[in-house]
Structures are given as structure tokens and as C-alpha cells.
Design a protein around this ligand. Structure first.
Ligand SMILES: O=C(O)CCC(=O)C(=O)O
Length: 285
């Protein structure tokens, strides 16, 4: 089935026995054509709305990076407090059912974020998510592609069959460079509206966006409900740790140092924000 046919026929997602076998074998699972065209168009609108909020507005946390064209948004997180559409998508029955089928037990939302990787945006060093996600042993993440992700614009690269353990880490909490250099990285391109589920110990990385167009994706992370609802604790811990640290040369988006984007100054962020449509001054009549 082509991607277009898959999207046209999209049904409430059902995880098959084949999916579960692939998931256990590889530690990740690509499901093409999950969103219908109308659902994808709505998601694009929501992502645009979220991107224009100020840091802290509607409880959304915003992060920026410096590209050759100046500051650009690189991540929004903590999205669902004031956004009914995103909350229904991320915590709705389809996503929770898939998370339950893959995890083998009922799941609860742990965290959610948008990675923008706009044209010129930076990539992510080889890492596993587990060291960045405290309080629970097992999590899984679903990337919902907002734009097509390709090798040119920085799609995820996965290493199959290496999700059994947390690997040796470097000082940033990422996979040690000597080990990462020996691993079988598999570029995993996706179309807009596809899902890519991955285990929190599945090694992954991604390159910069060296194309002229944006590569946005929504990432929803879940953990076993039996391990508790840890979303508030995760964000409290993250904000506390970020507040304690002195700013470094890269933009801090995670409890590990996986993101490779350069941190812009407050002035560069302000200049970018003043050019965003939401913040432009109304035209004089
Ligand atoms: O968005 C990407 O390219 C990589 C995302 C990722 O690995 C992360 O946010 O931990």
C-alpha cells in the first residue's frame, strides 16, 4: 500500500501481532499514514499556534536556537494544559491504546513536546531517552510527523535491536562516542502524518536540517500507569535543574545534553519573536 492510500484509508490505529513482534525485535516501529489529511491540517495549525506563544504563555515552555538566519524556535513542551485539541490527540483513546499494546500494560502520559528543526536547525547527538526521563523504568515515545522527515532535513536515525539496556554514557548523558561510532545507524524517513514509536532505550540520533524547509514533529512519551503519573514531577525537576545551571553555549532542552543547537541571546530571541505573525503590530487603519 502506498503512503497516500494508507492515509486515505486511515482507521483508528490497531497494533497488529506483526507490529508487536517488530517492536520487541527492533525497539521501534514505523506506522505510516496514521493521520487523515484533515487531522494533519489541524495538527499543523496547532503547531503554528503553539510556536507563536511567549515562553510561559498558556504554561507552554519555549526553547530557541541560533541558526545562520538568527534565533529560531527549536522546541515547545508542556503543551496540553490549555490546548484541547492537542490534549485530546495526545491523551486520547487511539494513542493510549497503541501505547498499551506496545508496552503490554496500561499507559499514562509522561511528557510531550514539539521539536521544530526549522531550516538550518541543529541535530541531536546519539542517545537513549531513558537517562533523561527520571522516576520510571520504562517509557516509550511516539513521534507524530508534522512534516515529512528525510535524510536531508534531519530525520531520526535508529539502531535496531539495541534497546535491551542503557549503554555506556559520556559526560553529557549521551552514548559514548567510541561506542556510537560502531553502531548500525539506520536513517528512518517518514511522511507527514506517520507515527514512529520508539522505546526509551532505543538508540537514536538525528542530523541538522540542511534543507530549505522545516521538519516539525510532535513527540508524546508514555510510561506504565503502574509506575504512576509522573508528568508534573518531570517538569518540576526539569525547571529546577535548568534554573540551577549556568547557561552554556548550546540550548538546553533536556536533562541530558543531546541537543546540538547553539544558544541565542535574549536580544536575538526578542528580535525573532517580534517578527512572528502573532506578535506583529496591528496595521494602522
Ligand atoms: O527531533 C529530532 O531530530 C530528535 C529528537 C530526539 O532525539 C529527542 O528530542 O530526544
Amino acid at each position: 500500500m502506498t503512503h497516500e492510500q494508507a492515509r486515505h484509508n486511515a482507521q483508528p490505529a490497531v497494533i497488529s501481532a506483526d507490529h508487536i513482534a517488530q517492536w520487541h525485535r527492533d525497539g521501534f516501529l514505523h506506522i505510516p499514514g496514521f493521520l487523515r489529511e484533515d487531522q494533519l491540517a489541524e495538527l499543523v495549525e496547532w503547531v503554528e499556534e503553539i510556536s507563536q506563544l511567549a515562553d510561559g504563555e498558556n504554561d507552554v515552555l519555549q526553547h530557541y536556537e541560533l541558526t545562520a538566519d538568527g534565533a529560531r524556535i527549536c522546541r515547545s513542551e508542556h503543551l496540553i494544559e490549555h490546548h484541547d485539541g492537542l490534549r485530546q490527540l495526545i491523551t486520547g483513546p487511539d494513542m493510549l491504546a497503541m501505547a498499551k499494546d506496545l508496552l503490554g500494560e496500561p499507559a499514562v502520559l509522561y511528557k510531550e513536546k514539539i521539536n521544530y528543526k526549522l531550516a538550518g536547525g541543529a541535530g541531536f547527538a546519539p542517545h537513549q531517552d531513558a537517562p533523561a526521563y527520571p522516576f520510571v523504568a520504562t517509557h516509550l515515545t511516539c513521534m507524530i510527523a508534522v512534516d515529512a522527515a528525510t535524510e536531508t532535513n534531519g530525520c531520526l536515525e535508529m539502531v535496531p535491536q539495541r534497546h535491551g539496556e542503557v549503554l555506556p554514557l559520556n559526560e553529557q548523558g549521551c552514548i559514548r562516542e567510541d561506542l556510537a561510532a560502531t553502531m548500525a545507524w539506520q536513517p528512518t524517513p517518514v511522511q507527514a502524518g506517520d507515527l514512529l514509536w520508539f522505546h526509551s532505550r532505543a538508540p537514536h540520533r538525528s542530523g541538522p536540517n540542511s534543507s530549505a524547509s522545516d521538519r516539525r514533529a510532535l513527540f508524546c512519551t508514555y510510561n506504565a500507569a503502574a509506575e504512576g503519573d509522573r508528568r508534573s514531577s518531570y517538569y518540576e525537576t526539569k525547571l529546577t535543574r535548568f534554573a540551577e545551571e549556568t547557561a552554556g553555549p548550546t540550548t538546553r532542552v533536556s536533562l541530558i545534553g543531546d541537543f546540538q543547537g547553539t544558544a541565542p541571546s535574549a536580544q536575538q530571541i526578542a528580535a525573532y519573536r517580534s517578527g512572528q505573525p502573532h506578535n506583529s503590530q496591528p496595521e494602522e487603519s
